[in-house]
Design a protein around this ligand. Structure first.
Ligand SMILES: Cc1cc2nc3c(=O)[nH]c(=O)nc-3n(C[C@H](O)[C@H](O)[C@H](O)COP(=O)(O)OP(=O)(O)OC[C@H]3O[C@@H](n4cnc5c(N)ncnc54)[C@H](O)[C@@H]3O)c2cc1C
Length: 486
């Protein structure tokens, strides 16, 4: 552990800021290191208030932050997510799934079985859990599971936890920054003459990116050439009487983008992500309301968020690291916002142990953003939709060369993946795994041929996974019990 680190200040109290604070608090404790921790959060500037679905590794991040998972689910009005159901992406009325991985299929099996004449996603355990509305969560037999939650409650819960463990909260707004002679941050200058000094700073100020972007003027790598969506409208709706919670996120392709449906414990969160080149927020209210089965004269209030896709060339500059939206963002089709937070925090923790340096951190983060841009672009790439100008435009966007190279290799692996190629292919796709790519590609019709003789094997696998899923409690009673157990 770097001996010079005595005080660390986090700037920003959104999910990224509080996650950073609780995670580092726990890491310092494990290493028996006394580091004074403070977080600067102005009560007059709201958080972004979206970001309610996670990937499966998010639970690992919470555990490494010393967070009790069941308490977290309860306090954030959370629920479980086994994967994403993609509707209407290839063409209208089409469907495929991207479940989290909890299977023991080898890479060779995956490449053999993808020639099934039936829906490939159905032979993954998490798809069966999702379709059978099972919980698959208990401390002793957990299957890879993501979460759905209320983002405002997440930040509030982590804040309470972090302060109770000794973090100091400073309610102040950043107005300037003072630097040392070598250009490092010396102090944050706030309203009412408040000055906050530290040895290291985390910039968790959201899209404002007050330190890495504004103060250091780090160049921004813009991804909008490939990913054209830049705004979202949102809405939350309480459950109707008797409505069953779905244990998955639904992502439906829409006329001018796509929409999410994220069921939490007590309501469903909806969002419509779109490109401002093709629509305005107001023009989408009717289409979106119809999709959500809202009556014409409903008085639900829509939220509206603008965003920029891309990332800063460096996430770490001098004695500051950007974590969260202040470092970068890619549209939330695979819930990657909090994945970047966790990747950034893991890297920072290694940095504090002197195991990697700042240029390695920056290379690592750039690589995460670039490969994720390609992975998200892949979801649009093979669409056959031609019902609106948006889809006609998207279909014609040239594929990034780095993605084209991966597709050429994956095309060559149909029906087989030679032993000596597995590691090479995996390395090429990292941090997205082979299975994730193949599921999206299969769902989007990339693999045209099929072998009829695989149909029986497919059915046997589905039957046995369905039986296995019956060992897990239904989601609704599981969540009700968890919420009663206070
Ligand atoms: C439309 C949309 C949907 C998303 N969906 C998902 C999803 O499903 N899954 C996922 O993982 N991620 C998702 N994300 C990303 C996710 O919302 C963020 O990664 C996450 O909320 C973390 O945000 P943040 O803490 O970086 O920023 P914010 O929540 O914006 O917090 C910024 C903080 O900085 C503070 N601040 C601002 N200005 C100042 C100042 N002058 N002085 C001091 N403090 C200041 C604010 O008060 C606030 O506390 C989504 C993002 C968008 C835009």
């Amino acid at each position: 552990m770097n001996p010079k680190l005595k005080k660390l200040v986090v700037v920003g109290g959104g999910t990224a800021g509080w996650l950073s604070a609780v995670y580092l608090q726990e890491q310092f404790k494990k290493q028996d290191k006394q580091v004074e921790l403070a977080l600067l959060e102005p009560s007059n500037i709201p958080t972004i208030g979206v970001g309610e679905g996670t990937v499966d590794s998010f639970i690992d991040l919470l555990e490494n932050a010393g967070v009790d998972i069941q308490e977290f689910i309860r306090e954030s009005k959370g629920s479980l997510k086994h994967g994403i159901r993609f509707k209407d992406w290839l063409e209208l009325n089409s469907e495929y799934w991207h479940p989290f991985y909890a299977d023991s299929m080898s890479s060779e099996d995956i490449f053999k079985l993808l020639l099934t004449p039936k829906p490939f996603h159905d032979i993954f355990f998490n798809t069966r859990l999702a379709k059978n509305s099972r919980s698959a969560f208990s401390p002793d037999r957990r299957v890879a599971t993501g979460l759905h939650f209320d983002s405002k409650l997440v930040a509030a819960y982590l804040k309470k936890l972090c302060i109770s463990r000794g973090c100091k909260l400073i309610d102040a707004e950043v107005q300037g920054i003072s630097r040392t002679q070598d250009g490092s941050i010396e102090k944050i200058l706030c309203n009412d003459g408040i000055e906050v000094s530290a040895d290291f700073f985390i910039d968790a100020s959201g899209f404002r990116s007050l330190i890495i972007g504004k103060e250091f003027q780090t160049p921004f790598v813009d991804f909008s050439k490939y990913l054209i969506c830049d705004q979202a409208i949102t809405l939350q709706k309480p459950y109707a009487e008797g409505e069953v919670r779905e244990a998955y996120t639904t992502s439906s392709a829409q006329k001018f983008g796509w929409s999410w449906k994220i069921p939490t414990y007590n309501r469903t969160g909806f969002g419509y992500v779109f490109s401002s080149q093709f629509a305005t927020p107001d023009s989408l209210h009717d289409e979106f309301s119809k999709r959500m089965n809202l009556p014409k004269d409903h008085n639900y209030k829509f939220g509206h968020v603008k965003f920029r896709v891309g990332h800063y060339e460096q996430s770490m500059v001098k004695n500051c690291m950007a974590i969260g939206l202040s470092s970068g963002f890619i549209e939330p089709l695979e819930a990657t916002g909090l994945l970047f937070v966790s990747k950034g925090l893991q890297a920072l923790s290694l940095y504090f142990k002197d195991e990697i340096n700042s240029s390695e951190i920056n290379r690592l983060m750039s690589n995460y953003y670039n490969t994720t841009r390609d992975f998200i672009f892949l979801h649009y790439k093979l669409t056959k939709r031609n019902d609106t100008d948006f889809w006609n435009h998207v279909r014609e966007i040239p594929t990034p060369p780095s993605l084209q190279e991966r597709l050429n290799i994956l095309k060559g692996c149909i029906g087989k993946l030679e032993e000596n190629r597995i590691q090479f292919v995996k390395d090429l796709l990292f941090p997205w795994d082979l299975r994730a790519y193949v599921l999206i590609l299969h769902g989007m019709g990339f693999y045209q041929n099929s072998l009829p003789e695989l149909a029986d094997i497919h059915d046997d696998i589905v039957d046995s996974l369905d039986k296995k899923s019956e060992n897990f409690e239904r989601l609704d009673p599981f969540l009700d019990k968890l919420n009663e157990a206070i």
